[in-house]
Structures are given as C-alpha cells and as structure tokens.
Design a binder for this molecule. Structure first.
Ligand SMILES: C[S@@+](CC[C@H](N)C(=O)[O-])C[C@H]1O[C@@H](n2cnc3c(N)ncnc32)[C@H](O)[C@@H]1O
Ligand code: SF4
Length: 448
C-alpha cells in the first residue's frame, strides 16, 4: 500500500470493545438504574464477572490501563475489603446462587495480590454465586516478580487461564517504556503457571513502541512463540498523552511513523502465522483447535472489553473501580477513582458513575459492528431481519464505496466482506456503522 493511501486511512477510531463506546456513557445511568436492570435480568441466564485490580508495582510509561502505583500492600488490602463488599452488594440485587460461566481478574496487575486475599475473594464468589464446573477463570499477570505463592493461590480458587504482558523484549524499547523485563522472567512465569496446572496461556505483545524496529519485533515474536502460548494478542501502541499524562514520558521522536507501524504489524502477523497461529479478527492469534478458533468457526465469537472472547454469557458484571458491565439493557461503568467508588460501596450504594441505555437501533448496529470485528463480514439484510428492523443501511453502503474502490472490502448486495488487505482497517469499516462517532468527544487511538 502506498504511503499516501496509508496516511489517509490512519485516522483515530474506537476499538469497538462496546457499542456505543465508553465516551458516550453518561450520568443518566446511576446505581439506582443499575439496580433495576439487575432485578430485571432473566433468572437462568449465566453471568460473567469482571473484577478490576487497579494497582501495579511500577508504572509502564506506555500504559493505557486504569491503574496506579503503590509501594505498600496496605492500599491493596483496603481496596480488596471494599471489593468484597461490592461483590456482596451486587449479589444482594440478584437471585441467590446465580450461575457464573466466566470470571476475569484484570488490571492493573492482579499478580500483586497476596494469597490470603485471593482465597478470600474466591471463597466469597463461591458463596454468593454458583460457579459452573467448566467455568473459565482467567487472570492478568505481570510476569516480573510473579510469585509461586500468588500463582498457587489463584490456581487453588480455580483459575485456569492466565494472560501475561510481554510487550517487547528489546532492552532499548524496555528502557524507553520504563519496563525492564528480561526474557528469563517470562520463561520463569510460564513454567510456574504450567507447574501449578494453569496451562491455558495468553501473551500480550505491542508494536509501535518507541525505538521498536522490525528485527526487535521478529525476536519478540520468536521468543513469544517459544513459550508456546495458546493465544497471542498483538496490540498497536495507543499513544494518547492527552488522556494518559504519563505517556508524555515516552520520547515521541522515537515512535515509529505510520508506515513503520504498518510494517511492524504486518511482519509480526506473518511470523505468528508461519509459527502455526491462526489470525482471529483484528489482533488475536490462536492455536488451531483453541476455543476462540472454534468460536470463530461457529459464529459465536464475541467482542468484549478484553478484546475478543469465546464467552457466551450475555451479561457481564463489572466489579471494582472503573469496571464496566454489559447488560441486555445497556452498559454501566463504576466510578473510576477509588475514593468515589469506595464511598458508594461503604454507603451501601451500587458504585455506578455512568453508563448508557441502549435501544433497538444500537443493538442492530452493535451486531453489525461485532460481526465485522469478529468475522470480517456482515450480512446486513439477515441481521436486520433478526433484529426486526427495516434499516437498509443505504447511507452506510454509499460511505463504504471508497474502501471497496481501494480493494479493502467486497460488497455483494447487502453483504459486506473485509478482504485480507482490509483486515488492518476493520475498525474504520466498522466505524461507518457508528452513528454516534461524529459526536464523540474523546480521543481514540490510531487505526493503523
Ligand atoms: C492490564 S495489562 C496486562 C497485565 C499486566 N499489568 C502487565 O502489564 O503485564 C493489559 C495489556 O494491555 C496492553 N496495553 C496497555 N497499555 C497499552 C497501550 N497504551 N497501547 C496498547 N496496548 C496497551 C498491554 O499489552 C498489557 O499487557
Ligand atoms: S502495562 Fe500492566 S504493569 Fe504496566 S502499568 Fe499498565 S497495568 Fe501496570
């Protein structure tokens, strides 16, 4: 692709982990409204739980997550006490023993938690919910300093999948992002997890970081593959210093330009596929036979806040500061700052700060966007029928025309298919169906 075309496609668009996207959440959805939504949930539908742990040992300057650095364990312990109170509060709004199909501990770095606290959270979840025997219980770990006690405690509460942040192995890159992580720490963490019986492993890699080059990307991919994970996520570095002030510490002059980012992403993808991984959606690579590959084949793959998921539950309950929940009625987000979140929990109020109720048009557009993001194709007529809508998407089909002319998509009647050269731009194609995008006040990450 020539540099001019590439530059014209490098716009800022959402990652579509939800639709409507988080910048559109507002105060019209509060704890009281959320309580009504919880009460109206169908009794037999399984739930997914997301527990947010917003703490890390040190700050990576590229980080876009909601987290803060702590030097002592006391704030973490205090947070966990309130998190347990929130679990109780939410469970009080649901029937006893609601079935849970999926639990995810995200962060931040849940690797910070001490064994006793992990056991207490696990016991409370078991007491208040009915965790399915085959539930996936996943946790995000920072491999640096991961302790066998922490791993054993998570394994003991049933954790069976772990995601490790690997990012890039080049020391110059690591220096520039304030994240020194010798490959030995990854090898050690993976061995520790396998030893403890946690053998479903994901690794996160990033391209577009300062000083990253193709040789370093190739070495990073080879190192990641040597650890034999089931899944690898390859994210483009989202540089949004206006929103994440600490990213100002990243030397901007050392960031790869659009063409270099595009080349890095392409090289990493080629190498991962040559190593036997199958590409899923925009940024995931999985072993053939993995549940995510099966979900892609069966048409059950989903987009969620972790990216892609094979989790079938329609209701996600978010727990902890800044956690987002997805319910049939809409989205809810807890207060992002710990003191505001804590105050609500201690007063016995659901700590929701914002959200959005969705209507039938949002549901249809979400289905269209999810289909494109997950399967790179959409049958607009079939989805319209399923949603009982007469929307013909005439305006959107016209707006897709330039992408068709560039050879990024094929259009056949009401069927839109993203072809391989278009895959890196699928967010742009999806954005055509986002009627709220023009009004979005927030800054999104680059499409390339
Ligand atoms: C919560 S962290 C994973 C666990 C642990 N905290 C760690 O870093 O190892 C989630 C992942 O998000 C990705 N990430 C964080 N900030 C990002 C950014 N600005 N752009 C792209 N990916 C980012 C990283 O790959 C990171 O591993
Ligand atoms: S990338 Fe992970 S370890 Fe680094 S600051 Fe962000 S959440 Fe913490």
């Amino acid at each position: 692709m020539d540099a001019q075309t590439l530059a014209s496609l490098d716009r800022r668009v959402p990652r579509y982990t939800s639709y409507p996207t988080a910048p559109h959440f507002g105060p019209s959805v509060d704890g009281a409204r959320y309580a009504g939504w919880l009460a109206a949930l169908p009794g037999d539908a399984p739930l997914s739980l997301y527990l947010h742990i917003p703490f890390c040992d040190s700050l990576c300057w590229f980080c876009g997550c909601n987290t803060s650095v702590v030097n002592r364990y006391a704030p973490v312990a205090a947070y966990l006490e309130d998190l347990r109170a929130e679990i109780g509060l939410v469970a009080d709004h649901l029937d006893d023993g609601r079935k849970v199909a999926h639990v995810h501990f995200g962060g931040g770095s849940p690797s910070m938690l001490e064994a006793g606290d992990i056991a207490a959270i696990g016991a409370l979840l078991k007491q208040r919910f009915s965790i399915a025997d085959d539930a996936e219980i996943a946790v995000e770990f920072d491999p640096r300093g991961l302790s066998p006690e922490t791993v054993a405690a998570f394994a003991a509460i049933g954790v069976n999948r772990a995601s490790l942040g690997l990012q890039d192995i080049n020391p110059q890159v690591q220096q520039a992002i304030n994240r020194l992580q010798p490959p030995e720490s990854n090898i050690r963490a993976v061995a520790m997890l396998r030893e403890a019986g946690v053998d479903a492993l994901n690794l996160d890699l990033i391209y577009g970081l300062p000083y990253q080059d193709e040789a370093g990307i190739a070495a990073t991919v080879d190192h990641a593959c040597s650890l034999e994970p089931d899944r690898i996520a390859l994210f483009g570095y989202a540089h949004v210093p206006g929103m994440k002030r600490h990213q100002l510490l990243i030397p901007e002059e050392a960031l790869p330009d659009t063409a270099a980012r595009f080349a890095q992403a392409g090289l990493a993808a080629e190498r991962l596929m040559a190593a036997g991984y199958r590409r899923i959606g925009l940024d995931h690579f999985v072993r053939p036979g993995d549940a995510m590959a099966r979900a892609a084949d069966l048409g059950t793959l989903r987009r969620n806040f972790q990216g892609y998921s094979a989790d079938p539950a329609a209701t996600l309950i978010g727990l902890g500061a800044s956690a987002i929940g997805a319910l049939p009625q809409g989205y809810v987000q807890n207060a992002s700052d710990v003191p505001t979140w804590r105050k609500a929990v201690r007063e016995g109020r659901l700590p929701v700060a914002r959200g959005i109720a969705i209507d039938d048009d949002d549901r249809l557009r979400r289905a269209v966007i999810d289909s494109l993001m997950c399967f790179l194709e959409v049958d607009l007529e079939a989805l319209g029928r399923r949603h009982g809508s007469a929307e013909d998407f005439e305006r959107e089909l016209a707006r897709l025309e330039p992408y068709r002319a560039m050879g990024l998509i094929e259009i056949n009647g009401a069927q839109v298919r993203v072809v391989e050269p278009g895959r890196p731009f699928v967010r742009l194609i999806a954005a055509v169906f986002d009627v709220r995008l023009d009004a979005a006040p927030a800054r999104h990450s680059r499409a390339v």
